[in-house]
Unconditional design. Structure first.
Length: 208
């Protein structure tokens, strides 16, 4: 690699003396344990061997090759664009990734509630007992709802994930904070399935 040839046998402190911020980043990375990388290097060939018995073509692809493809295609560094850059391209014949998604779906695991039947205090002793009934007035904690509140301090239109209450005064998580809304003012948008969904705009290309 050209960077390795430029560095030669010099120490990293000498080589990056004129770039203190870069030097600090490199030294910080050196101190990190490599246990995760070692585990992946050990598991990867075994996983490829196990999947190969299914009768489908399997090919490994290194992070270095992925980075090369991403760089030659002028793509920014994101998980999505890294996944797009995995696979064989013949760069000698001008193969490039010419189109990528401008917006991607993001799914976040939120779970389906807690199995705990009590809420502890700061000392770990049960403070109150939770109801075994998770659905109240047609709603379950985690449902995405739309609320139209006609009056009061929470008057307005709100959208967010709901936390149900047995008394019917449910709580909604909104960008402005949590608000309490009567269940009659709610409209269901999406059943809770243990995930929260959103979108993320992918960065523009680094270069053409």
């Amino acid at each position: 690699m050209p960077c390795n040839q430029a560095k030669g046998s010099r120490s990293v402190e000498d080589f990056l003396a004129h770039r203190p911020e870069r030097l600090a980043t490199v030294l910080q990375q050196i101190e990190r344990p490599l246990g995760d990388a070692a585990a992946m290097n050990a598991v990867s060939p075994r996983l490829t061997e196990a999947v190969s018995v299914l009768g489908r073509p399997v090919r490994g692809w290194s992070g270095r090759l992925t980075e090369k493809t991403r760089g030659l295609s002028g793509l920014a560094k994101t998980h999505t664009l890294d996944a797009l850059s995995v696979g064989h391209l013949d760069h000698a014949y001008g193969d490039r990734i010419v189109r990528s998604a401008g917006q991607v779906l993001v799914a976040k695991a939120t779970g389906r509630g807690s199995y705990a039947r009590t809420t502890p205090d700061r000392y770990g002793f049960p403070r109150l007992y939770r109801s075994r009934v998770k659905q109240h007035f047609g709603y379950v904690t985690g449902d995405l709802v739309h609320a139209v509140v006609p009056s009061g301090k929470c008057a307005g239109t709100w959208t967010g994930r709901v936390s149900v209450r047995a008394r019917g005064q449910h709580s909604i998580a909104t960008p402005a904070g949590r608000i309490n809304v009567f269940h009659g003012h709610l409209r269901l948008l999406q059943w809770s399935d243990g995930y929260a969904y959103g979108t993320r705009v992918e960065p523009v290309r680094q270069r053409l």
